[in-house]
Design a protein around this ligand. Structure first.
Ligand code: PFF
Length: 449
C-alpha cells in the first residue's frame, strides 16, 4: 500500500494542531500570570524566535528525510557509522508520558463542558474552588470517566489513519477553534479590561523577571511548539516533498504564537474587567473564568460553553499528535496493525493516567507519589524539565552536526533565503544547545542567575 500523505494544508493544520493545545489556552495565560506578564511574554517570544523555529524546522527535516517513524527516521538520516542516533528517536515515548496527564486535563475540560450545558457552572469564587477541588481531589471516578472519554476519542481518530483520521479532524477542529477564539476576542474588545490586558501582556516590567521565570518561559516555548518528542518527525514523514520545511515551520510557529497571544489577551480582558487577580495558577481557566462569566448572565453562560469547547478542540488535536508517534513506531518497527498499536498504547497511558488522577486525591495521594511530588506533578515535571529539553538538544546536535552537510543542503538549502539558512544553522549549532543546557542546569539548581 502506498504511504498515506498529508495534503499541503493538511500537513500545516496537523502540525499546527499539535502545537496549538492546552499549552496555549490553559497554560500560557496562567504561567504568564504567575510570572508577572510582559517580561515573561517577551522571554517566551524571543525563545520562540531564536530557538523554537529552528528546532521545529530541524525536527521536520528529520522526518522529511527519513520518511518513517521517529526511530527509523533518525536511523535513516544518520550517516554510516553514526546509526546510534536512532536512539534519539526514543523521544517519541515522551508523548505517551505527556498523555498520561494531558488526557486527564482534557477530561476536566469535558466535565466543564457538561457543567456549562447543564447550567451548573459555578457562579461565585467559593463554589468555583469547591467544584474544581471536588473534581480533582475527591471524585476520581468522575475524573476517570472523562479521562476515558478523551482516550477513546483520540483512539477513534488514530484508528482512521493519517488522512481519514488525523488530517480530517484537524481540518474541522482547527478552523473551528480559530473562529471561536476570534469571536470571543472581538467580544472582549468592548471591555476596559481589554486595554489592561494588552498592557499586562505586552508592556514588560523587567524587574519581575528572575531565573525561574526565564527557565519556565524557555520550557514553555518548547512545550507549546511540540518540540522534542518526535511528533514533527512523524508528521513530516508524511508531508509532500514539494512542500518547504521552512515555510511549514514558519506557519506553525506563527499560528501557535498568535493563538497563545490571542487567548491570553481574551482571557485577561475578562479577568481584569471583573477585577480578578491574574496570578492564580492552573485553576485560572477552571476557577476564575466561570465566576467572571457568571457576571454576564446568559451571555456569560453561552461564552463559557463555547470557551470550554474551544479548549477541548485545542487539547484533542494535540493529544492525537502526542500519541501518533508511538502508534506509528510499533506499526513500522514491529509490524503491528494500526488497531493493535492504538489499543495497546491507549491502554497504557490510560492506566498511568488513572494513577495521576489518584495522586491528587486525599485517599490515595500518598501511594501515588514519587518523592514528595504527586505522580501527576512528577510526570509533568519530567516532561517539561527533562524529556522535552533533551529531545530538543538531540535535534539541535543531530541536524547541526551529525547530519552530513552535503545531504542537508541538497534537501533544504534551496527552500530558504541564504541569510535565513545561515541563521538557522547558527541557531541549531550554538544558540539552541547553549540555551537548553542553561535551562537544564538551572532546573536542577546547578547554576542560578
Ligand atoms: N503543544 C501542545 C500544547 O501546547 O498543549 C502540547 C504538545 C503536543 C507537546 C504535542 C508535544 C507534542 F508533541
Amino acid at each position: 500500500m502506498a504511504k498515506e500523505r498529508f495534503s499541503r494544508i493538511g500537513f500545516i493544520l496537523a502540525a499546527a494542531g499539535a502545537a496549538v493545545g492546552l499549552g496555549n489556552i490553559w497554560k500560557f495565560p496562567y504561567i504568564t500570570g504567575i510570572y508577572g506578564g510582559g517580561a515573561f511574554v517577551a522571554v517566551y517570544l524571543i525563545t520562540v524566535l531564536l530557538i523554537g523555529f529552528s528546532l521545529l524546522a530541524g525536527e521536520m527535516l528529520v522526518g522529511y528525510k527519513g520518511g518513517k517513524d521517529a526511530v527509523s527516521s533518525f536511523e535513516i538520516a544518520a550517516p554510516e557509522g553514526k546509526k546510534g542516533w536512532k536512539f534519539a528517536g526514543f523521544m517519541l515515548f515522551s508523548g505517551l508520558v505527556i498523555m498520561t496527564f494531558y488526557s486527564v486535563v482534557i477530561g476536566w475540560i469535558f466535565h466543564y463542558i457538561y457543567l456549562a450545558f447543564t447550567g451548573a457552572l459555578p457562579t461565585d469564587i467559593e463554589s468555583a474552588k469547591a467544584t474544581f477541588d471536588t473534581l480533582t481531589s475527591s471524585a476520581p471516578l468522575t475524573a476517570t470517566a472523562w479521562h476515558l472519554l478523551s482516550v477513546l476519542f483520540v483512539a477513534f481518530v488514530l484508528l482512521r489513519g493519517i488522512k481519514g483520521g488525523i488530517e480530517k479532524t484537524n481540518l474541522i477542529l482547527m478552523p473551528a477553534l480559530m473562529l471561536i477564539l476570534a469571536g470571543l476576542t472581538l467580544y472582549a474588545m468592548r471591555f476596559d479590561g481589554f486595554t489592561k490586558a494588552l498592557h499586562f501582556l505586552f508592556a514588560p516590567d523587567w524587574s519581575k523577571i528572575n531565573s525561574e521565570a526565564i527557565v519556565r518561559a524557555v520550557g514553555h516555548a518548547f512545550f507549546t511548539l511540540s518540540i522534542g518528542i518526535g511528533t514533527m518527525v512523524t508528521y513530516a514523514a508524511s508531508m509532500s516533498h514539494k512542500q518547504s520545511v521552512f515555510k511549514a515551520a514558519f506557519w506553525v510557529t506563527l499560528l501557535d504564537t498568535l493563538i497563545a497571544l490571542t487567548a491570553g489577551v481574551m482571557l485577561y480582558s475578562f479577568i481584569f474587567q471583573f477585577g480578578e487577580n491574574p496570578g492564580q495558577g492552573p485553576g485560572l481557566v477552571f476557577k476564575t473564568m466561570p465566576v467572571v462569566l457568571a457576571q454576564l448572565g446568559t451571555t456569560g453562560a453561552v461564552i463559557g460553553a463555547v470557551f470550554f469547547i474551544a479548549l477541548a478542540f485545542a487539547g484533542l488535536t494535540s493529544a492525537i499528535s502526542l500519541t501518533e508517534p508511538a502508534v506509528e513506531y510499533f506499526i513500522q518497527r514491529f509490524h503491528w496493525s494500526r488497531a493493535k498499536s492504538v489499543t495497546i498504547n491507549s491502554t497504557l497511558y490510560f492506566i498511568v493516567g488513572v494513577g495521576a488522577i489518584l495522586s491528587y486525591t486525599k485517599a490515595y495521594g500518598d501511594i501515588f507519589s514519587i518523592g514528595s511530588k504527586p505522580l501527576f506533578d512528577a510526570l509533568e515535571f519530567s516532561t517539561d524539565s527533562i524529556l522535552l529539553p533533551l529531545g530538543g538538544l538531540a535535534i539541535a546536535l543531530f541536524v547541526g552536526y551529525a547530519l552530513p552537510a552535503k545531504e542537508r543542503d541538497a534537501l533544504v538549502k534551496h527552500q530558504a533565503a541564504p541569510w535565513l539558512y545561515r541563521a538557522w544553522l547558527f541557531s541549531l549549532r550554538y544558540i539552541a544547545p547553549l540555551g537548553i543546557l542553561f535551562m537544564m542546569l538551572n532546573n536542577f539548581g546547578i547554576i542560578k542567575v
